[in-house]
Design a protein around this ligand. Sequence first.
Ligand SMILES: [Zn+2]
Length: 464
Amino acid sequence: MKLFNTLTRKKEKFIPIQEGKVKMYVCGPTVYNYFHIGNARPFLVFDVLRRYLEYKGYDITYVQNFTDVDDKIINKAKEEEKKPGEISEKYIEEYFKDADALGIKRADVHPKVTENIEEIIGFIKKLIEKGFAYEVNGDVYYNTTKFNDYGKLSKQSVDELESGARVEVNTTKINPTDFALWKKQKPGEPAWDSPWGEGRPGWHIECSVMSTKYLGETIDIHAGGQDLIFPHHENEIAQSEAFSDKPFAKYWIHNGYITIDNEKMSKSKGNFFTVRDILKEFNPEVLRFFLLSAHYRNPINFSRELMDQSKNALERLYNTKGNLEYLIDNAEKIEMNGEERKAYTHFTSYKDKFIEAMEDDINTADAIAAIFELVKEINTNISSDSSKGFMEMTYNIFNELTSVLGIVSKQKEVLDEEIEKLIEERQQARKDKNYSLADKIRDDLKEKGIVLEDTPQGVKWKRI
Ligand SMILES: [Zn+2]
């Protein structure tokens, strides 16, 4: 498999440090609000990278942190007259609700900053001892001029960075590009005891510390949104490599931006969408499908029109799955014949196409196209005349590919039972000439996104 490595700006062959194992760290959310669609993209595309690596048989250890101490959390707590801890706990819970709905698998560890303060202090102490950090009046800064490789990820020299750095008033930093590892407590802010007095960690240090603690000094993949390349990931490299004298991460993977109706998303423009808002209108899988319909490194534009298109496309996949299930259940022939065997071999070429796309830097756009080519073939080649063996094998390919992307994944069995029961009740109501009840059941089902069709084979249903 090839992955585009931001560190080298090249697509590189993926070779894990330890055979068969992948250690992966993804920067998680700052928990002060529901997460928005821009945050959703990295969580989702790296979930697919993880699923694909698992599909290939790798044993993955996946870590995604929660930033639960931050100015934004402190400000929100002041606004709502709550403790910062109450805000972060609430939005961690809300994060899981939305992430679970989107089918984002939970990480093996979701560490929090507040649970790693001791390790953070130890890490900073070592950076000071090694001459990479300095303390001024209760603040600790990283000295960027001491780390020779500073700028290697964002491809900027310290000189370039210095001339571009914002001039800060009253700063005690030695160089403009130096950044805070530890911040002295301001009145009313949460703080912990440290060798430099009461204070709290800067933002960047948490990921260096938690990645090292849970995955080791050198990991395979470090990932996040492209806006994190500088300064966050640049600073993580500076901290970790100064600490361990080893490379921090082998592959740095970043996803592209999201625009809303071709404009940059911003609160002031009123085009700021939380996932929670979108899920009020759309099935979570529609959003998942939409975000995977572009290559993760390309920008993606969110619009109602494109969401509607995604909904229709996903519906086609559900219909194919539903039809196959119906035909398998009602098949008269069991054994595959020669022609079906040939057709099946041809179907497997779409699996090859799918894998080829995913091997090429997780090209989900092309992978989805391969699934639709397969669907077209299924729809023309499979009918009530097909054998059960042929259809089951085809069904397995379809499921194998869609589950790598985490789509068309609804727990059908549970839902089916409920729907079948309601359909039976509706049939009974019609027999009893209780048409108002029959209509009500039809409407209730419609609200659940289920449309009924009366066919010569009986009542069939499909999802909308
Ligand atoms: Zn991070």
